[in-house]
Design a protein around this ligand. Structure first.
Ligand SMILES: *[C@@H]1O[C@H](CO)[C@@H](O)[C@H](O)[C@H]1NC(C)=O
Ligand SMILES: *[C@@H]1O[C@H](CO)[C@@H](O)[C@H](O)[C@H]1NC(C)=O
Ligand SMILES: *[C@@H]1O[C@H](CO)[C@@H](O)[C@H](O)[C@H]1NC(C)=O
Ligand SMILES: *[C@@H]1O[C@H](CO)[C@@H](O)[C@H](O)[C@H]1NC(C)=O
Ligand SMILES: *[C@@H]1O[C@H](CO)[C@@H](O)[C@H](O)[C@H]1NC(C)=O
Ligand SMILES: *[C@@H]1O[C@H](CO)[C@@H](O)[C@H](O)[C@H]1NC(C)=O
Ligand SMILES: *[C@@H]1O[C@H](CO)[C@@H](O)[C@H](O)[C@H]1NC(C)=O
Ligand SMILES: *[C@@H]1O[C@H](CO)[C@@H](O)[C@H](O)[C@H]1NC(C)=O
Length: 447
């Protein structure tokens, strides 16, 4: 195969000669020329292909698009060193639409044209790299190559993939700086480059793309998270397991109407949790565990009405857990182990999954003596009734949890008390804060 770089160099030198003739000030124009040369490079190759020795002259292609796809797929096959599941073994001959895991469709811009619209070689275990010729697959809307062993970089010719909607390069061994060519994919909605070896900073422009989902976790990205992060309209953003440091930008609040899941775990973020996070009304999952966050949890977390999972574990947070968080209706899993919190509300103990271990919350009390009123099981008619339980020592959180969950009657009743804001929940909540030896609760057993 003719070396594509030789061609590039050849055309570059021709352009330079022409420039040298036309312009006295060559050097200033050189980099500009290079850019133009690159831009016209693919188009020229397409013309050259009519004379390309590698396309068997007896092969008939329904259109130029499929011929280009043939050239691209053959070039790719050529640089595949190992294909354990034989995904590419039938990539032979002109009928590219019959190749395994290559999908053709009618071109969106011309219903008379069949073109290669998708390639999905996920979980192929294929060893190789992504050749420049992949830029010839100009009609591709979907490219899924996850869980292979592609190494090297993302070719600059990817900027020809103007229709590409989904790009999944995850779980390969691609490396180098963030592949900036991705920023020029005008149709891109779904970007997944997680589990690779990309490094360095993440460009600001990434957050200006009109994406739906962004996965860049498990790389070696560094530096700050760009402060325009809030411009991103994604519903899912995963930046976990990188080396981001610095602040969690306050601009994050600009994602309030779109963001559902934000996963930032295992970085080196060291700011306070911005108060602005309280604006992320649609947030359902927030995980910022294994960072170096400082300060208090803002009370505003209690406004995140859709929150289901909250993981703040392994940070350096202090103060008390705002009780409003534990009142959130959809919250199922709240983990804040390994911090320096000193207080939590017993309300939190009612959550389905909850981890408060390794904090500075005083260790409590394992035994308690309660004299239950004898009529406690009987009642279902009274509107409200208060019981005073006298204890010899302050009850432990574990005990209270078991008290609420082991006896059916009490479970039912207590849940309703817990969710009723009108009721004197605060009495329950308070007893742990003031280590009194007496606590009291009310039952409201009418519906
Ligand atoms: C792939 O093809 C080779 C040669 O035809 C064969 O030996 C091997 O078993 C095939 N592998 C799979 C996973 O089908
Ligand atoms: C694709 O393969 C099928 C059978 O696998 C065959 O019938 C059909 O003719 C092939 N199409 C082309 C265009 O070669
Ligand atoms: C498709 O082909 C038909 C018949 O050859 C032609 O009339 C029509 O204009 C073509 N459509 C496009 C979008 O090229
Ligand atoms: C965080 O920073 C420390 C010290 O600079 C470094 O040792 C550690 O590997 C970093 N962790 C991550 C996840 O980047
Ligand atoms: C949020 O968006 C508004 C409007 O687009 C913009 O003016 C503002 O600077 C953004 N805030 C941050 C912190 O990025
Ligand atoms: C939340 O998401 C829904 C759609 O899922 C959307 O209609 C709404 O505007 C979003 N924002 C808020 C603040 O609820
Ligand atoms: C709760 O979240 C933690 C941290 O993400 C996780 O390890 C744990 O398995 C979850 N528990 C349940 C019951 O989902
Ligand atoms: C308690 O009262 C509710 C509503 O008044 C009623 O539906 C329910 O059956 C009663 N339960 C018992 C055990 O009497």
């Amino acid at each position: 195969m003719k070396n594509i770089y030789q061609e590039l160099l050849l055309s570059l030198s021709i352009s330079l000669i022409i420039l040298a003739i036309l312009q006295p000030c060559v050097s200033a124009a050189v980099s500009d020329t290079r850019t133009r040369v690159k831009g016209s490079y693919i188009r020229r190759r397409q013309l050259l292909q009519d004379h390309d020795n590698h396309v068997d002259p007896t092969f008939l292609f329904p259109n130029l698009q499929l011929k280009n796809a043939y050239v691209a797929l053959q070039a790719w096959k050529h640089v595949i060193l190992y294909d354990p599941y034989n995904f590419t073994s039938n990539w032979i001959g002109p009928n590219v639409c019959n190749y395994t895991r290559v999908f053709c469709a009618v071109a969106p811009y011309n219903s008379n044209l069949t073109v290669v619209a998708g390639i999905d070689i996920n979980h192929g275990g294929i060893v190789g790299y992504l050749p420049e010729e992949l830029g010839l697959l100009a009609d591709l809307t979907l490219l899924h190559v996850n869980s292979n062993r592609f190494w090297g970089t993302v070719p600059l010719t990817f900027d020809q993939l103007k229709l590409l909607h989904e790009l999944d390069l995850s779980n390969n061994i691609l490396s180098g700086k963030f592949p900036n060519v991705i920023l020029r994919l005008a149709s891109l909605k779904y970007l997944d480059i997680r589990y690779n070896e990309f490094e360095g900073p993440v460009p600001k422009e990434l957050f200006d793309l009109p994406l739906d989902a962004l996965f860049i976790n498990n790389n070696r990205f560094q530096h700050d998270i760009p402060d325009n992060i809030g411009n991103s309209p994604v519903s899912v953003m995963v930046l976990a397991n990188n080396h981001f440091h610095g602040c969690l930008p306050t601009g994050i609040s600009n994602m309030s109407s779109t963001l559902n899941e934000l996963i930032l775990m295992n970085n080196n973020l060291s700011s306070c949790i911005p108060m602005e996070m309280g604006h992320l009304n649609n947030l359902t999952v927030f995980d910022i565990s294994y960072n170096k966050l400082k300060g208090h949890i803002p009370e505003f977390f209690g406004q995140l009405k859709h929150l289901q999972q909250l993981n703040l574990a392994h940070n350096m947070l202090v103060g008390s857990i705002p009780e409003s968080i534990c009142h959130l209706q959809h919250l199922k899993n709240f983990t804040f182990a390994y911090n320096y919190f000193i207080e939590e509300s017993p309300i939190c103990l009612d959550l389905k999954a909850f981890d408060d271990s390794k904090n500075c919350i005083p260790e409590v009390y394992t035994s308690i003596t309660i004299s239950l009123p004898s009529n406690i099981i009987a009642t279902n008619s009274s509107i409200s009734r208060s019981y005073i339980f006298t204890t010899t020592t302050t009850p432990s959180t574990t005990f209270i949890k078991s008290l609420f969950t082991t006896t059916l009657f009490i479970t039912t009743t207590m849940s309703s008390v817990f969710t009723s804001t009108a009721h004197p929940i605060t009495t329950i909540a308070a007893f742990q804060f003031f280590t009194s030896t007496t606590f009291k609760f009310s039952t409201s057993t009418d519906s």
